[in-house]
Ligand binder design. Structure first.
Ligand code: THU
Length: 138
């Protein structure tokens, strides 16, 4: 991924975070995926008064990609709040790691960002080792 594409992916995740509907947690998240055609699809978390029905930002972004016909994730950016030096970054939850795995290999680049910029980079394999994916069902 070139620098301009990475910057666009991060900007899309940060912009999607602005649309977050998180009245219960107050924790806004945005995500953006780069698909196999080079298109970017973004989404935010969407909470619900029936708490378990809330949806993570990654799930919203993946849904947008699939709806647009995308079936491959080449990179993902996840945008959480700006944090202080002692605070943890917003990394994808366990369920979203598995959702990403459906459309990506362990080599997937997972960019962790905040409104102030990129704060960490991971591979999906490091976040979800020994994962189970569609290839297991071939
Ligand atoms: N959240 C995400 O959107 N993505 C993640 O990977 C971590 C958590 C959301 C879910 C919920 O709306 C809020 O953050 C607090 O958990």
């Amino acid at each position: 991924m070139d620098e301009a594409t990475e910057a666009a992916l991060v900007a899309a995740a940060v912009a999607a975070r602005e649309q977050s509907y998180a009245p219960y947690s107050g924790f806004s998240v945005g995500a953006a995926v780069l698909d196999g055609e080079g298109r970017i699809h973004a989404g935010c978390n969407v909470e619900n008064a029936a708490y378990p029905q809330g949806q993570c930002a990654e799930a919203t972004a993946i849904g947008a990609m699939v709806t647009a016909g995308g079936r491959l994730i080449k990179a993902v950016a996840v945008a959480g709040p700006d944090t202080g030096p002692e605070d943890p970054f917003c990394t994808p939850c366990g369920g979203c790691r598995q959702r990403l795995r459906e459309f990506a290999s362990g080599a997937l680049t997972v960019i962790i960002c905040q409104p102030r910029g990129i704060v960490a980079r991971h591979t999906l394999a490091s976040l979800l080792p020994e994962s189970f994916g569609p290839d297991h069902l071939d």
